[in-house]
Design a protein around this ligand. Structure first.
Ligand SMILES: Cc1cc2nc3c(=O)[nH]c(=O)nc-3n(C[C@H](O)[C@H](O)[C@H](O)COP(=O)(O)OP(=O)(O)OC[C@H]3O[C@@H](n4cnc5c(N)ncnc54)[C@H](O)[C@@H]3O)c2cc1C
Ligand code: FES
Length: 357
């Protein structure tokens, strides 16, 4: 059972009109959080007993980053908090994006505040591809090799000066460790050898190829970890924010907003561009977060193109932990039968095919 923690605020700043970014020092949550999960944030006001659910937008070392819009009483209260103030926080909550599949193309589609959790998602995907990001938890298991018991760990680092090292042998008990750095173009090649005495080769380069190749065992076998193309499709009502941060993690970032000349800043306008709509559906996946009408539009687009989706759904929430039934929504199984599920527990991320629109 998770417990509510009183955590210190590191910073709480307005990033654009009406949108704030709060950084909270909270190691317990930072160490467990997965992209797409959320936290419940509590006020100290008796008139606002219910927590406010906010997506985990990023993790930075022991810090949890939240991005929130000033909407009503609760978020106004949060916007008034200062560094060194404490806030009560519960999390991480819910089920986030399932990142186990690694299709060739991953479309991260975000609208409005839905962009917030996609930064953590992009960073995690980048890191899982063995390409170092500045996820400060650093250690990432890149591959479990091929059943010889060898553990391969890719360790990313913020430190651009850090040398890349890779270690390995055929010894089934040995660990192969590869260190990558923040440069998204870094190529890591780890060579392991049958000879336990043999020195391990590690190679990093400034190659623009985003590739991690691990060559292990006796040389005949090549275990290549394919890196997905991470493509961000971001829609904003007005000001654009987080686009630089997304660009640093993604292979391609496309943004649209009312201010960019488009009538309504619809992400589907970006999805309909040739370079996106021509992606092979069998090698593409959509992870999406945003307001419900946008989720439905993206779902319809994905459905029409035969691309599987995971959607982060929003619902009014009460307890946030599956007790109050306040967040119940209708889902459907493969046979089309509907059932009720608590979004705070089962979601907020739901497979597109499970949603009963
Ligand atoms: C899983 C999840 C993740 C979310 N992530 C973010 C995020 O990263 N950034 C962000 O700005 N907003 C996010 N929201 C929406 C956010 O929870 C609401 O904007 C916030 O609760 C509003 O609180 P308030 O007191 O300012 O507004 P009020 O309107 O005064 O709130 C009254 C009550 O309604 C609830 N409520 C109001 N709007 C929403 C809403 N859209 N969704 C759920 N409950 C709502 C409040 O929690 C509160 O209990 C998320 C919602 C969910 C369900
Ligand atoms: S918010 Fe209480 S059960 Fe989901």
């Amino acid at each position: 059972m998770k417990e509510i923690i009183s955590a210190k605020i590191v910073s709480n700043e307005q990033i654009v009109n009406n949108i704030f970014r709060m950084v909270i020092n909270c190691r317990d949550i930072a160490s467990q959080a997965e992209p797409g999960q959320f936290v419940d944030l509590y006020t100290e006001k008796d008139s606002m007993l219910l927590p406010r659910p906010l997506s985990i937008s990023d993790i930075d070392k022991d810090h949890v980053v939240l991005v929130y819009a000033l909407v009503g009483k609760g978020t106004r209260y949060f916007s008034g908090l200062k560094p060194d103030d404490h806030v009560r926080i519960l999390g991480p909550l819910g089920n986030g994006f399932d990142l186990k599949q690694k299709p060739q193309n991953i479309l991260l589609v975000g609208g409005g505040l839905g962009v917030a959790p996609l930064l953590f998602t992009a960073r995690k995907l980048r890191e899982m591809s063995g390409n170092g990001s500045n996820d400060s938890r650093k250690e990432v298991i890149a591959d479990n090799s091929q059943g010889f018991g060898t553990k391969i760990v890719a360790n990313s680092s913020n430190d651009p000066g850090k040398e890349l090292a890779a270690n390995g042998s055929n010894d089934s008990g040995k660990e192969v460790i590869a260190d990558s750095r923040q440069d998204p173009g870094t190529k890591i090649v780890a060579n392991s050898s049958n000879d336990p005495e043999k020195e391990i080769a590690a190679n990093n380069s400034n190659s623009s190829e985003n590739e991690m190749i691990i060559n292990r065992s006796n040389g005949s076998e090549t275990n290549k970890i394919e890196q997905s193309n991470i493509i961000a499709i971001l829609g904003y009502a007005k000001e654009i924010w987080y686009n630089k941060e997304m660009e640093a993690c993604c292979d391609m970032t496309k943004t649209i907003s009312e201010n960019s000349g488009s009538k309504r800043g619809l992400v589907t306008d970006l999805l309909n561009r040739d370079e996106i709509s021509s992606l092979p559906p069998e090698a593409t996946m959509i992870l999406c977060c945003g307001p419900r009408p946008m989720l439905k539009a993206v779902y319809d687009w994905g459905d029409a193109h035969g691309i599987p989706l995971q959607l982060s759904m929003e619902a009014r929430m009460g307890c946030g932990v599956g007790i109050c039934h306040g967040c119940t929504c209708h889902l459907q199984n493969a046979g089309g039968q509907t059932y009720r599920a608590k979004l705070c527990k089962y979601g907020p991320v739901i497979k597109g095919s499970d949603i009963n629109w």
